[in-house]
Design a protein around this ligand. Structure first.
Ligand SMILES: *[C@@H]1O[C@H](CO)[C@@H](O)[C@H](O)[C@H]1NC(C)=O
Ligand SMILES: *[C@@H]1O[C@H](CO)[C@@H](O)[C@H](O)[C@H]1NC(C)=O
Ligand SMILES: *[C@@H]1O[C@H](CO)[C@@H](O)[C@H](O)[C@H]1NC(C)=O
Ligand SMILES: *[C@@H]1O[C@H](CO)[C@@H](O)[C@H](O)[C@H]1NC(C)=O
Ligand SMILES: *[C@@H]1O[C@H](CO)[C@@H](O)[C@H](O)[C@H]1NC(C)=O
Ligand SMILES: *[C@@H]1O[C@H](CO)[C@@H](O)[C@H](O)[C@H]1NC(C)=O
Length: 442
């Protein structure tokens, strides 16, 4: 026992001894290396002076440029990432694909299904989110409904978010929920070019055939986001108070609360505000979610304590990013009617708004009361909807006898644009005009 102990301790000593010996010697190597480098530097400097006086070439001593022949941008990782900015992943020759988030709360599941069917097209992707206020039974029913629909099953482009979030109206939890839905769709690397945010009280005013047909020719890096600089009284009433969203730490829904303290205005970025309804490109959203620059994250954290953050987050990010500023088109693609003077919520649209709605050329409208008769009028006169889905060129079944033409699916890349396409084209023409685009982010 003691002999073994002694042996072990001897070995230990031996080890540490040899280690020290090695350590003692090791300083010699760096010493000689640095001496050598010094010598080379010194001689090259002297040599350099001599050669330069004789007009000769200097010895290239830039180790990095020897390894990387590109310009100085190549030293930093960001320049590689910048390539992502205007990369359009899917061929511009192919018609686009849209990704829809349709969200609702307690009692909204029927309306969500109706909106889903009105905007359904097999090319697109759909995500449904019922917030935590909805009872589990309702969420389950929504899931069962989607599961039991043969078209959704076969095409596989409708998902229901199993996790439901507590969402506060006007609070950052709303943005968190939207970002989560986007993250799911990026993570699943589903093919899509634009993301659209709808609620259960939204309804389309054009068919998907109209929308996809018109967007086929559009540059895939245009973001539709209504925005203005935050100034005047709005600046004081929105940017200075410190709002706390209880949805971040409570399990029951309640309103935003404000602290008595106020904060100063940010100086490292400018604040923008606008509509919470958006249609954003995949590249911009990848930038927001993946955030290889810290700006999207910084602004997200800033907006955690902001009043009405869904009306400012994306607007402030896009207008403070040089690469995306020029892509922001100031329109939310919605027809929304307000009281005069405007109240907190927009007017519920009815029959008497129908003509104005159509004349606005907007592809979507809000907000509608559940099963308002005007929705039937839209179904009949605008969407031509006789069965489940608003039909398009992809529906090749027979429509006689009240059967569903969309029970047989044809080519998803073919569209049958109607009058809605012309209206939308007209709207886009004015949005893309010089006059209109001059106002971007100013
Ligand atoms: C992005 O596209 C524009 C023209 O569309 C081009 O001028 C610019 O160099 C591109 N930027 C990058 C980082 O590729
Ligand atoms: C997304 O949609 C909801 C409607 O459910 C809306 O209230 C919200 O503000 C929208 N915008 C963002 C940026 O989340
Ligand atoms: C798209 O562009 C092509 C070629 O410029 C043109 O032939 C086609 O009619 C355009 N389609 C639409 C919907 O504007
Ligand atoms: C509506 O559908 C019918 C039958 O499918 C078709 O004949 C008609 O042209 C369509 N109308 C519009 C406006 O698309
Ligand atoms: C309509 O239904 C009747 C009876 O169910 C059937 O005899 C007829 O062939 C159907 N017509 C079409 C166009 O499907
Ligand atoms: C679908 O239509 C597009 C556009 O006309 C065409 O290029 C494609 O080959 C068609 N696909 C099939 C499977 O027929």
């Amino acid at each position: 026992m003691s002999i073994r102990k002694a042996l072990v301790s001897m070995r230990k000593n031996g080890n540490s001894h040899s280690g020290r010996l090695f350590g003692d010697r090791r300083w010699l190597i760096p010493f000689f290396t640095s001496f050598l480098v010094f010598l080379i530097l010194f001689s090259s400097a002297t040599f350099g002076i001599f050669t330069s006086t004789y007009g000769g070439e200097q010895v290239p001593f830039d180790i990095v440029s020897y390894k990387r022949p590109e310009n100085s941008n190549g030293y930093f990782v960001e320049s590689d990432l910048k390539k992502w900015f205007n990369r359009s992943r899917y061929s511009e020759l192919e018609p686009p694909r849209l990704a829809y988030l349709i969200s609702g709360t307690k009692g909204d599941s029927q309306r969500m299904m109706r909106t889903l069917q009105a905007v359904y097209h097999p090319r697109n992707q759909y995500i449904l989110h019922l917030d935590l206020e909805a009872p589990p039974r309702e969420r389950l029913m929504l899931g069962v409904y989607v599961k039991s629909d043969s078209t959704f099953q076969e095409v596989g482009n409708v998902r229901v978010m199993a996790q439901s979030n507590l969402v506060t109206y006007k609070g950052p939890t709303m943005i968190a929920c939207t970002l989560q839905a986007i993250a799911i769709m990026l993570r699943e690397s589903l093919e899509w070019d634009w993301f659209i945010n709808l609620s259960a009280s939204d309804y389309p005013l054009v068919t998907q055939d109209d929308l996809l047909h018109v967007f086929t020719n559009l540059s895939r890096n245009l973001n539709f986001i209504e925005h203005t600089r935050l100034t005047g009284w709005k600046m004081n009433s929105r940017a200075k108070p410190i709002a706390i969203d209880p949805g971040l730490y409570l399990s029951k829904k309640s309103d935003l609360s404000l602290t008595t303290q106020r904060r100063s205005l940010p100086t490292s970025f400018k604040l923008f505000t606008g509509s919470a309804w958006i249609m954003l490109t995949r590249s911009f959203l990848e930038y927001c979610i993946m955030g290889w620059e810290n700006l999207p994250r910084t602004i997200l954290m800033y907006y955690t304590n902001f009043v009405s953050s869904p009306e400012g987050y994306f607007h402030t990010v896009i207008c403070n990013t040089e690469e995306f500023q020029d892509t922001a088109i100031g329109h939310d693609l919605h027809y929304i009617a307000w009281d005069n003077p405007p109240r907190q919520h927009p007017i519920s649209l009815t029959m008497k708004h129908f003509d104005k709605m159509v004349k606005s050329n907007a592809p979507f409208a809000r907000k509608f009361a559940r099963d308002d008769p005007v929705l039937d009028k839209i179904d009949k006169e605008i969407l031509n909807r006789t069965s489940r889905f608003a039909p398009g060129a992809w529906c090749i079944g027979s429509s006689g006898n009240g059967s569903d033409p969309c029970s047989m699916r044809g080519n998803y890349s073919l569209f049958r644009p109607g009058p809605g396409a012309e209206r939308l084209q007209e709207l886009l023409q004015s949005l893309l005009s010089e006059d209109f685009r001059k106002k971007q982010c100013s």
